[in-house]
Design a protein around this ligand. Structure first.
Ligand code: BGC
Length: 770
């Protein structure tokens, strides 16, 4: 029996106009209230790495300063922490800060897949892999909502470019859609039940996501069982009535009076059933109730939050290269260090657009390095490059000054990266090369100083080909938020052992990237022609060496993968990996478990990440790490059967320190009991008919009869089968049975055979051992 909720009761008291009106916001950031029924308005603000609360309810506020709030590392940075617990902690911290700032819904996290390194909002997104993104996103949502602040998981779905995004349809085949682009959303919905989901601006396969029944109704609600609110991205609504029918509950921003009117008229004319409107309103009322339930949380101080921002930044930075063990720096062995590059004094801490937070304070790398080095070591600074200079201008004076300083020092640290203006919502990235000047600067400094360290700031993968072989060390510092300055200083001097790993592949050159041939939409359509082969899946299949692979990241210590075991128990596969710290420092390793399907006849990526764990190990310590994989982790989406299928057969479980550094593997035979008999139909192939003894018996009987009348007999020997295996049986009958088909036709014969074969099913033991 269905219980009547408080929201149901309220619903009965609302007029049609009130209901329609509740389906849009009050202004830029609030829902509407209904005072006579004590329904309060609730507030929502961006964003993905901190709270961006505007000064007024009417302002969009993306070009100016807003209320100061803690600025945490952006999505790509935090995605490279691979630390589920940290994401939960960040969620909790943002929930508490949200409470303090009267925020009921936080418009994040952003969890779209990175299809191309040129995506303008890549800095907001976690990774190129749905498992990594989904696990991190679920932990974040869980933490946030534990404080009574709703998450808004965005942008649903396939918003992978900024270029003409509002009029471009992402054209994605269903298997790719489900396995790559929806999978992280699905994981988060099922694990953490976000209270809201934000639809995207773009169309998906020809229909705006804000009114897409396949996406919002069939997949999200019916298949995944989602009961929260779907809200629109800001102005993403086109046809509001269609949106209500598809299950888009809340339009933002409001008040959108014209749409209130349109909804009312649609109900009155019978175009829209009132119960469809009620469903949306009920969900909005439930959301309001959920966010009002929590009161009186304990609030951390600004100082505590800043410390978390520092810790999060340190966990996210990735040590990409460390030749000769140059890092960490040992002040007692050095007398002077050249610090080159503006970003050392004016760090880039985040990207621009709706996610841009006004930080409460900002750590400056230069100051923090001086603080750690103290009197022991002389740090000297050169500007290196001008602020946001055009990408192709070269200033020889700045280069000469830097080279001279580097030559006089024991070590040179260059802070480089994408210019401030290059990464923003609204425009895609023009290039993943460093600006010419910076590239030349690095080469010139590295020529003069063999001990050269490069620290990079960017929210997306960068190309390093022109200079990578010349420098000893590279740290990917990402856009690491207000605590990034301290974090990088602590990593450089070894106070923190780096433990981040790349959450996206760094290519040798842009033309190596999976979507290079189809980077942006044309004439309103963007075809995702690389299909399933995004990120490392592509580099694996093409056997292409990336500059740095997905999952790569070094530590100041070393790890040995000692053993790996996997056993299937029912619907689960239990994997145990033993890992040892073989170095002299404590450190964290991220163990990555990939699954490879050895036998599937459908296209599958060579390997796919299915689980991971970040473990802290003291020197000499060994830990056993347990993972549980389930049927879904072995499945692909079978579009013919419209379901996830895990074929029976051999799989390999790979334990890697990166996607290209697989340390241990084990092979096991899995049977999830989902092997399905072939569904016989008019065009079933000879191979299908031969597969089971019951169909083979029918086949042999008919062939024997046919052979009695034929000029040329069909003998099912190796040679015959080798040639005709992939022919539909009906075609073989057409070819060899002309004399036999006197008063019947190939179709009638096949129909008769289908009836015969439908009467018996193959026994379990007859299911093919493929
Ligand atoms: C962005 C969203 C954001 C919203 C509100 C839109 O432009 O796409 O991510 O939450 O604005 O600022």
């Amino acid at each position: 029996m269905k219980t009547v909720t408080e929201s149901d009761m309220i619903l009965t008291q609302l007029t049609l106009e009130e209901k329609a009106s509740l389906c849009a916001g009050l202004n830029m950031w609030m829902t509407k209230s209904v005072d006579r029924l004590n329904i309060p308005a609730i507030a929502m603000y961006d964003g993905t790495n901190g709270i961006r609360k505007t000064a007024s309810m009417e302002e969009l506020g993306i070009f100016g300063d807003n209320v100061p709030a803690t600025c945490y590392p952006t999505g790509s940075a935090i995605g490279s922490s691979w630390n589920v617990e940290l994401l939960r902690e960040l969620g909790v911290a943002l929930g508490k800060e949200g409470r303090e700032l009267d925020v009921e819904i936080l418009l994040g996290p952003g969890i779209n897949m990175k299809r191309t390194p040129l995506g303008g909002r890549n800095f907001e997104y976690y990774s190129e892999d749905p498992c990594l993104t989904g696990e991190l996103g679920a932990a974040f949502v869980d933490g946030l909502q534990s404080q009574g602040v709703a998450a808004s998981v965005k942008h649903f779905a396939c918003n992978n470019q900024e270029y003409e995004k509002m009029i471009t349809s992402s054209e994605v085949d269903e298997r790719t859609l489900r396995e790559i682009y929806l999978s992280a959303f699905e994981r988060i919905v099922k694990k953490a039940n976000p209270w809201t989901i934000m639809c995207s601006y773009n169309l998906l396969n020809g229909e705006y996501t804000s009114e897409n029944e396949f996406l919002l109704k069939k997949i999200l609600r019916e298949e995944w069982g989602y009961d929260g609110v779907v809200l629109s991205d800001w102005t993403a609504v086109d046809n509001r009535v269609k949106g209500i029918k598809a299950g888009l509950d809340l339009e933002m921003p409001g008040p959108a009076h014209y749409n209130t009117k349109a909804i009312v008229e649609a109900v009155q004319s019978g175009e829209l059933e009132e119960r469809q409107l009620d469903t949306c309103v009920r969900r909005i009322l439930e959301l309001v109730r959920r966010t009002r339930e929590h009161r009186g949380v304990e609030l951390p101080s600004a100082e505590e939050r800043h410390k978390l921002a520092r810790r999060a930044a340190a966990e996210s930075m990735v040590l990409l290269k460390n030749d000769k063990g140059l890092l960490p720096l040992q002040p007692e062995r050095l007398s002077s260090v050249a610090v080159i590059g503006r970003f050392a004094k004016q760090p880039r801490i985040q990207g621009a657009g709706s996610a841009k937070v006004t930080p409460t304070q900002v750590d400056i790398p230069w100051d923090e390095m001086q603080d750690i080095a103290g009197e022991r070591l002389e740090l000297r600074y050169a500007e290196g490059y001008a602020q946001d200079s055009p990408p192709d201008t070269i200033d020889e004076c700045l280069i000469e000054e830097s080279v001279a300083l580097a030559r006089r020092s024991d070590v040179a640290i260059i802070f480089a990266g994408q210019p401030e203006s290059s990464e923003s919502e609204g425009l895609d990235i023009a290039s993943i090369d460093l600006p010419c000047h910076q590239s030349k600067l690095i080469q010139a400094v590295a020529d003069a100083q063999p001990n050269c360290i490069v620290v990079l700031s960017s929210g997306t993968a960068l190309v390093m080909r022109p200079w990578i072989d010349q420098v000893s060390c590279v740290i990917q510092g990402w856009l690491s938020g207000q605590g990034g300055g301290r974090a990088i200083a602590e990593i450089l001097f070894g106070l923190v052992n780096p433990s981040g790993k790349l959450s996206e592949t760094f290519p040798v050159k842009l033309s190596d990237t999976p979507s290079y041939l189809y980077p942006r939409g044309e004439n309103g359509k963007l075809f995702y022609r690389e299909g399933l082969f995004t990120g490392y899946r592509y580099y694996d299949r093409k056997q292409l060496e990336p500059q740095f692979p997905f999952g790569h990241g070094l530590s100041y210590t070393t790890f040995e993968y000692v053993s790996l075991e996997a056993v299937q128990t029912g619907d689960e596969v239990h994997v145990t990996c033993a890992i040892r710290n073989t170095g002299t420092r404590s450190g964290k390793e991220i163990i990555q478990l990939y699954v490879n399907d050895e036998e599937c006849l459908w296209q599958r990526p060579d390997k796919e990440l299915k689980a991971f764990a970040k473990v802290n190990l003291e020197p000499g310590e060994t830990k056993m790490v347990h993972f549980t994989l389930d049927r879904r982790d072995f499945s692909y989406y079978n579009t013919k059967q419209q379901r996830w299928v895990a074929d029976m057969g051999f799989f390999n479980i790979l334990a890697g320190s990166s996607s290209r550094d697989i340390r241990l593997r084990c092979r096991l035979h899995c049977d999830f009991g989902t092997q399905q008999a072939v569904q016989f139909h008019t065009f079933s192939l000879l191979s299908d008919w031969l597969r089971y003894s019951h169909s083979r018996a029918v086949l042999e009987e008919y062939l024997a009869d046919m052979n009695r009348h034929a000029e040329e007999a069909v003998i099912l020997n190796e040679e015959f089968i080798g040639f005709w295996n992939d022919f539909p049986l009906i075609k073989i009958i057409q070819m060899f049975g002309q004399q036999w088909l006197q008063d019947t036709s190939p179709h009638l014969v096949i129909e008769e055979m289908l009836e015969r074969v439908a009467r018996c099913q193959p026994a379990d033991e007859e299911l093919p051992e493929r």
